[in-house]
Design a protein around this ligand. Structure first.
Ligand SMILES: *[C@@H]1O[C@H](CO)[C@@H](O)[C@H](O)[C@H]1NC(C)=O
Ligand SMILES: *[C@@H]1O[C@H](CO)[C@@H](O)[C@H](O)[C@H]1NC(C)=O
Length: 278
């Protein structure tokens, strides 16, 4: 069925069950969302919690921002756009090909404020560094904001019918997360903001990491990971109720402390916490 009005030209295909909408001409200046636009890389897909994660970091012009585990660069480019391409964003990834891919994404999107390096973020802070502009490692107290979107067991990804990870592998992520966290705290400026996120659901990579960090780094203070769309942190996992309300856990769970809009429950499993450093 074809129809047109002043907002859209569109086709609605009525299949035996469900409805598919094919937008041909949107009234907004946004590009038409179809496979072609994705394959060119001018638009990158992100699931809702990843977008929220960018909002929580809230990149502003002239801020110096470190994205520690940046590949594939979807969050990095979001942050760059959020700052109107006027922040100084450094994106790190251990694998050279992945760092190159971030560069490529930025080029395609006309983003100039991002510099990507192939570098192991567990070693990204050094007293001997000559400064941010000479590349990693960086001196302590260098960044206004740090995004640590940590490597994780990824159990929040959907769809996921089979997972071959052993319990031992799942339990191993916290070690690298702790190393990364310690570096993040070092390179963050006093008064700066650190955002920690994962796309997994285990307590030890999420609430457990927050509790560990608050105990290990007295200079850190948990702050509300706003804007809040997800649920609270889980109970009895090292966070008190006030702290549980400051973090966001995305997933289908029900929540006694905060009412979550059902549309935000239908997302991948994800966790976001924000800290300030004094
Ligand atoms: C996708 O949209 C672009 C821009 O409007 C158009 O040129 C292209 O033909 C579309 N591709 C498909 C597969 O529909
Ligand atoms: C990043 O963007 C690409 C291209 O749209 C998409 O295929 C991919 O799933 C996205 N990855 C993440 C982790 O969001």
């Amino acid at each position: 069925k074809g129809q047109a009005d002043k907002h859209f030209t569109y086709f609605v295909l009525i299949i035996s069950s469900g409805i598919a909408v094919h937008t041909i001409l949107p009234a907004s200046k946004l590009p038409v969302v179809n496979e072609t636009i994705y394959s060119k890389g001018e638009v990158l897909l992100q699931n809702l919690p990843s977008i929220v994660c960018g909002w929580v970091l809230d990149a502003k012009p002239n801020e110096c921002i470190l994205d520690m585990c940046a590949a594939p660069g979807n969050k990095t480019t979001h942050l760059a756009e959020m700052s109107n391409d006027q922040a100084t964003i450094i994106a790190l990834d251990k694998t050279p090909q992945k760092a190159a891919k971030i560069k490529e994404s930025c080029d395609i999107q006309g983003i100039t404020c991002v510099t990507a390096y192939a570098f192991d973020s567990t070693k990204c802070c050094s007293e001997e560094s000559k400064g941010i502009n000479s590349g990693p490692p960086f001196p302590p107290n260098s960044f206004d904001k740090v995004l640590l979107d940590a490597p994780c067991s990824g159990l929040g990804q959907r769809p996921q019918l089979v997972n071959k990870m052993t319990p031992k592998m799942i339990g191993s992520y916290k070690f690298v997360q702790r190393k990364l966290f310690a570096e993040a705290v070092k390179v963050l400026k006093v008064g700066g903001k650190l955002v920690y996120s994962t796309c997994t659901i285990t307590e030890e990579e999420n609430e457990g990491m927050v509790a560990w960090a608050l105990e290990k780094f007295p200079c850190l203070k948990l702050i509300p990971a706003e804007p809040i769309l997800g649920g609270t942190g889980l109970p009895n996992k090292g966070l008190n109720d006030a702290q549980r309300l400051m973090v966001q856990r995305f997933g289908p769970e029900d929540n006694e402390l905060r009412k979550v809009d059902p549309i935000y429950k239908d997302s991948i499993g994800f966790f976001i916490a924000a800290f300030s450093k004094s």
